[in-house]
Design a protein around this ligand. Structure first.
Ligand code: GDP
Ligand code: IMO
Ligand code: MG
Length: 446
């Protein structure tokens, strides 16, 4: 029996992955599905993420806490692959509690192996970005993500959540702060951080976080053995992946479905079916290539209609046409079973719509999507033009109610990306979610 479980793929579980540059609407999809799951797990990124969940007329922006927190009885797990800024986490807990959402060790679990984003990581992120010359700037969220993952790889200067409970933890932090201060002074001429302040902050985190901390990997593997349903909640988007994205304009973790097993501590067989989340167009916040960008009135109209401003930083998002070449690449990377196409309503009244179906370099067609080629000069998009629609589709609840032009657009994306589209979203609310031959139809609750 156990052997059978080891050899078969686990289709009890589900993984939700962003297939573009983040902000695809993962939070909405995770929330729509969580009613039927026992655990929701974050496995990558940190407080650079901003997942919006709309419940009735309430809007929640979640950064570190999984989007399952709004459903009663769901266990929410911040896995070992996440970098955790305790000050953001505690603020988020207080914000939710203040709005009547219960958060405690009963429904939120924090990995003892997750790495801690320390004040010097945030300082390093800001100082490094400020030092980079214009076109080299990454446009990070300044949440200390890159420097924290760098220390994780460096090991000797890393602080894991569990380290805060080890004897001598405070002396170790003092040693690291002294080293960071020496680097800051030499590289940036920056003011030193006060080690007493850092230790005092860490002491308060230690006490406040204690009820949440455990070996979440062991907990999840036990949940798998017991046949409980787990949903893995992706953060960022596949084209921001540290290996497979548009490097160096990426984040610092593995954000595709390949990041789930290491970031959560489960077997690759236990990630379950993979849902790829796509916007009906493209956005990107921060620097780096966005081949289909419309830095013009069309882009402005999409930004206005889609309220395309960052959930974490408030920065205006860059907007452009749907890139089917990049979408196909991302769907392949994560082994996507089914696609969710989000924010379709935003494209109404935009006029004729374009989809990028290929790239050329100096006039010669390119094969597939190469994230390094996308950064080269001389790369151009090949577009296909489709008719748009003017109807308001935000009240449609069945696929057949969508205007023909909207259905043709969805079906063209499906053909070009090469995976079935099972979910179409026409507004931020739970009820504005249309399923279409989806294996998940019975899981989507309103
Ligand atoms: P995430 O990071 O992938 O969870 O996405 P964000 O929450 O950062 O950004 C997605 C935004 O689009 C949020 O403001 C959502 O409330 C909103 N949203 C999600 N789905 C839809 C939709 O179908 N239509 C519209 N108009 N907004 C949506
Ligand atoms: P969610 O989960 C959109 C982008 C930043 C920047 C780059 C590197 O909400 O989809 P970092 O702070 O990670 O070092 O910044 O990655 N970025 C995101 N963009 N959505 C996100 O998360 C992002 N997380 C990071 O804007 O370009
Ligand atoms: Mg977001």
């Amino acid at each position: 029996m156990d052997e059978e479980r080891h050899s078969a793929m686990n289709d009890t579980n589900l993984t939700v992955i962003g297939l573009q540059w983040g902000d695809e609407g993962k939070g909405k999809i995770v929330d729509a599905l969580t009613g039927r799951f026992d655990c929701v797990v974050r496995f990558c990124g940190g407080a650079n993420a901003g997942h919006t969940v709309t419940v009735g007329d309430k809007v929640y922006a979640l950064h570190l806490i999984p989007s399952g927190i709004l459903r009663h009885g769901v266990h929410n797990v911040i896995g070992n692959g996440v970098v955790v800024d305790p000050s953001v986490l505690l603020e988020e807990i207080a914000g939710l509690t203040g709005r009547g959402v219960a958060v405690s060790g009963a429904n939120l679990h924090l990995s003892n192996r997750a790495h801690v984003v320390m004040p010097y990581h945030k300082a390093a992120d800001r100082l490094n970005e400020a030092k980079l010359a214009g076109s080299a700037k990454i446009g990070t969220t300044a949440r200390g993500i890159g420097p924290c993952y760098a220390d994780k790889a460096n090991r000797s200067t890393a602080v894991r959540v569990g380290d805060l409970y080890q004897p001598g933890w405070d002396a170790r932090i003092r040693t690291i702060v002294a080293e960071k201060n020496a680097v800051f002074a030499a590289l940036y001429g920056a003011e030193p951080l006060d080690a007493d302040d850092v230790v005092a902050q860490a002491a308060s985190w230690r006490d406040a976080l204690a009820p949440l901390v455990c070996d979440t990997g062991a907990m999840l593997r036990q949940a798998v053995r017991q046949g409980r349903r787990i949903l893995f909640e992706g953060a960022q988007g596949s084209l921001l992946d540290v290996d497979h994205g548009t490097y160096p304009f990426v984040t610092s973790s593995a954000v595709t479905a390949c990041g789930v097993p290491t970031g959560a501590g489960v077997s690759p067989r236990d990630i379950g079916r993979v849902i790829g989340v796509l916007k009906a167009y493209c956005t990107r916040v921060g620097a780096g290539p966005l081949a289909t960008e419309q830095d013009n009135a069309t882009g402005d109209l999409i930004r206005r209609r889609g309220r395309e401003y960052g959930t974490t930083t408030g920065r205006p998002r860059r907007c452009g046409w749907f890139d089917a070449v990049a979408g196909r690449y991302a769907a392949e990377l994560s082994g996507v079973d089914e696609l969710a196409v989000m924010l379709l309503d935003v494209l109404g009244t935009v006029g004729e719509l374009k989809i990028c179906t290929g790239y050329t370099l100096n006039g010669r067609p390119l094969e597939g999507f190469d994230p390094t080629i996308a950064t080269l000069e001389g790369v151009q998009c090949v577009y296909e033009t489709l008719p748009g629609w003017d109807e308001d589709i935000t009240a449609c609840t069945r696929y057949g109610e969508l205007p023909q032009a909207a259905r043709d657009y969805v079906e063209r994306i499906e053909a070009l990306v090469g995976r079935p589209i099972g979910i179409v979203s026409v507004g931020p609310k739970r009820a504005q979610t249309i399923t279409r031959n989806s294996a998940l139809a019975d899981l989507i609750a309103s």
